[in-house]
Design a protein around this ligand. Structure first.
Ligand code: ACO
Length: 322
């Protein structure tokens, strides 16, 4: 049977680090408030002129190197902050990575973007259309924020994380087993960036900035991720107790704890790197994966569940064997 496997992992974080104390100098907040309410200590912020495509090229190059390949047949960029409204970010990233004239397109599903793109990529490989795809989650979501809004500025960071997905047998290391995806467009107003272009955002009108209703986002995130993981575990026949690692979208440490509790997955089996990077939108899950692997927590043969939730509303879950 034709399957898809994860074959390489690469990450990139902008060099500029904004700590909670630094943020407390520009908006009315404190390190203590942010740490206790969100678990975040710092976030990386893209520099002037450093765009989503730039971050994607760095992470993508590292993923190719980690997979030991210099070419793939397609490139997918998951992002909600593309370099421009049209065209997609992916074709330029493909050129800059020296990948030539391969198929290249973006997937937009906010914080669930990486999982939506991973499901798409896996399907393209299983269908026989491609044998190898580079998938990059990259966002410079800090560019959408109201500089005076303490609640969103405390949460968001910029970054990119990438994987190479290639054709492989379902019992090979890295095998992607199954997915659960969903959306609820009736709750679009909970997380929304009304502006459609970087230029409109730069005009600085308050209604162009990212708007978030924190409390209902919190409760919907817990509910939807818990439901999605539960559905997928039933589908693949895994009990929660047999999951070695839960790798959730890093939105708020308290959300992650609540999801893990409801699922019956111990805190030690949940990968958390939100303290270092904040919420990096489409980059969040591959950055957390890389964190778990670098710390040697995620080991060959482990059962891994990735889950995410974001604007749309959208959510998604993937099961794989590392
Ligand atoms: N520093 C100090 N005070 C703050 C801060 C801050 N950084 N942020 C919010 N507050 C204030 C609020 O203004 C509010 O003050 P008020 O009562 O005077 O209006 C007070 O804290 C309490 O606010 P609550 O919303 O009750 O605080 P809560 O405990 O819910 O925490 C938070 C707020 C952290 C935003 C939480 O609701 C949350 O994490 N929600 C989920 C957010 C999320 O995951 N978003 C995804 C965004 S990314 C995407 O989808 C693209």
């Amino acid at each position: 049977q034709r399957g898809a496997v994860l074959a390489g992992l690469g990450t990139y974080l902008p060099s500029y680090v904004l700590t909670n104390d630094m943020l407390a100098h520009v908006v009315d907040t404190s390190d203590e408030w942010i740490r206790t309410r969100t678990g975040i200590r710092q976030r990386h912020i893209a520099g002037d002129g450093e765009r989503t495509g730039d971050l994607a090229v760095e992470a993508g190059g590292r993923a190719l190197a980690s997979a030991g390949v210099d070419t793939v047949q397609a490139l997918v960029v998951a992002t909600t902050t593309p370099d421009q409204t049209c065209p997609a970010t992916a074709p330029q990233v493909a050129q800059r990575l020296g990948l030539g004239t391969i198929a290249a397109f973006d997937v937009s599903a906010a914080c669930s973007g990486f999982l939506y793109a991973l499901a798409t990529t896996t399907s393209l490989i299983r269908s026989g259309l491609f044998d190898s795809v580079l998938l990059i989650g990259s966002d410079t979501f800090s560019t959408t924020l109201d500089p005076t809004d303490r609640s969103t500025r405390a949460l968001i960071g910029d970054g990119a994380g990438a994987v190479v997905v290639r054709r492989g047998a379902p019992d090979e290391p890295g095998a992607l087993l199954d997915f659960d995806l969903g959306s609820d467009g009736s709750k679009v107003d909970l997380l929304l960036v009304p502006a459609v272009t970087p230029t409109q955002r730069a005009e600085g009108r308050a209604d162009n900035y990212f708007q978030m209703r924190g409390k209902p986002v919190f409760s919907n995130a817990v509910l939807r991720m818990t439901e999605s993981v539960t559905r997928l575990l039933a589908e693949v026949g895994w009990e929660a107790g047999k999951v070695d690692h839960l790798v959730p979208h890093q939105a708020n440490a308290r959300i992650l704890t609540e999801v893990a509790n409801r699922l019956g997955i111990e805190p030690e089996r949940t990968v958390v790197n939100i303290d270092q990077v904040g919420n990096t939108v489409a980059a969040s899950i591959p950055l957390a994966m890389a964190h778990g692997v670098q710390q040697r927590r995620i080991r060959p043969g482990d059962r891994v569940v990735l889950t995410g939730f974001g604007a749309g509303l959208t959510w998604g879950t993937a099961a794989l064997e590392w």
